[in-house]
Design a protein around this ligand. Structure first.
Ligand SMILES: *Cc1c(COP(=O)(O)O)cnc(C)c1O
Length: 386
């Protein structure tokens, strides 16, 4: 007997989608297929369509089925990194002379790719605060963009954008609406259900979840765009390798559990920091005073594990980040272990002096799944060091 994934709910899909037991041996965990090539029964006689590892690999296909099921999309494509996924999508959807409208608080690498790689190829770029739909409306009226690109919650200031409102606005203008769902993961937010056209992931973060594999993905419904991006995945070749795909699949099986704990710890620590006068401001959509709190409650099922704080000045922010012990000072986020990042000089150094620059007093915490008391004590000792 095999499970029919269409009958399952999210937490079960995370475990079972794309993961049918091996037909030959009954192995409960499907084998990792390292083979780069597949025997043909006569010229062109492919077994199950498998031919060559760049065009298709069973371990990557299993991950793609898992990702499509979790985001509720018809197609998913897995890449060697989040930026490789973004690059394939952008090149599939844009041509010289087209224009991208980008949120003003997105991952620095997304901005760098658009401004410094695609810009010289003739792609226009405009930046707007996506969480303010009036600003977006005005920018769209000025010139309809080919792509509207948003991250919600955003990195690192946790701005929240109303995905359904943005999708409506974008579709009225004929734009493709792309949501980078890396911060929430499909366990907390499914943008396609709110009207987005494409979901982008750095699977390096929560989906992989253990800080041991770099990867990226696209999930979408439209068959024609899926065909174009699949062609670029094959023709440019930034695919995920079999071991990377398998590690990501393994991480995803515990996604629902991890996101629950990340969200519980995130909320507890955001409340703790918010009540402390040594902290100037806490950015966390789970706090009722957060400007996007009501929208986040509507479109998310938890507020996630990223909490950013503003200290009094840049000096205090640096000292705070360097005084934490359980939170390790490192780039990236979304793993089981807690990390602290100083955006201005680390993850967002590439957007210094641009419209995306992060205030120098801001520190970003990626709250892990450790015991919340240990994390709270660590924050307390680092604040005492100021
Ligand atoms: C890390 C990240 C990316 C880029 O992904 P890589 O896997 O590092 O290439 C894109 N978007 C967001 C929100 C990220 O955090």
């Amino acid at each position: 007997m095999t499970v029919d994934p269409s009958a399952l709910s999210f937490d079960s899909l995370a475990v079972h989608a794309g993961q049918a037991a091996d037909a030959t041996t009954g192995a409960v965990i499907p084998p990792v297929h390292f083979s780069t090539t597949f025997v043909q029964d006569g010229i062109g006689g492919l077994r199950g369509g498998w031919e060559y590892g760049r065009s298709g690999n069973p371990t990557r296909t299993a991950l793609q089925e898992q990702l499509a099921a979790l985001e509720g999309g018809r197609h998913a494509l897995s890449f060697a990194s989040g930026l490789a996924a973004e690059d394939a999508l952008l090149r599939a959807a844009l041509k010289p002379g087209d224009d991208v409208l980008l949120g003003n608080d997105v991952y620095g690498g997304t901005y760098r790719l658009l401004a410094r790689v695609l810009g010289p190829w003739g792609v226009g770029l405009r930046i707007v605060d996506m969480s303010d739909l009036d600003h977006v409306r005005a920018a769209v009226a000025e010139k309809a963009p080919t792509i509207l690109w948003v991250e919600t919650p955003s990195n690192p200031l946790l701005r929240v954008t109303d995905i359904a409102g943005l999708a409506q606005l974008g579709h009225d203008a004929g734009s493709l609406v792309v949501v980078d769902n890396t911060f929430a993961s499909p366990a907390l937010q499914r943008p396609l259900a709110h009207g987005a056209d494409v979901v982008v992931h750095s699977t390096t973060k929560y989906l992989g979840g253990h800080s041991d594999v770099v990867g990226g993905a696209l999930v979408l419904d439209d068959d024609a765009l899926a065909e174009k991006t699949t062609f670029l995945q094959f023709a440019a070749g930034a695919v995920s390798g079999p071991m990377d795909a398998w590690l990501t699949t393994r991480g995803i099986k515990t996604l629902a559990l991890r996101m629950q704990r990340h969200s519980e710890n995130g909320l507890a620590l955001a409340e703790f920091l918010d009540a402390d006068d040594r902290v100037a401001h806490v950015y966390y959509p789970g706090l009722p005073a957060h400007p996007g709190h009501d929208i986040a409650r509507r479109q998310m099922t938890g507020f996630g594990g990223i909490v950013s704080v503003a200290l009094e000045d840049a000096e205090s922010a640096r000292r705070f980040a360097e005084s934490l012990r359980v939170f390790q000072l490192a780039e990236s986020l979304g793993g089981v272990e807690s990390l602290v990042n100083y955006p201005d000089a680390m993850t967002h150094a590439s957007v210094r002096g641009t419209e995306l620059a992060v205030p120098a007093e801001v520190v970003r915490l990626s709250v892990g799944i450790e015991d919340v008391d240990d994390l709270r004590a660590d924050l307390d000792q680092a604040l005492s060091a100021l």
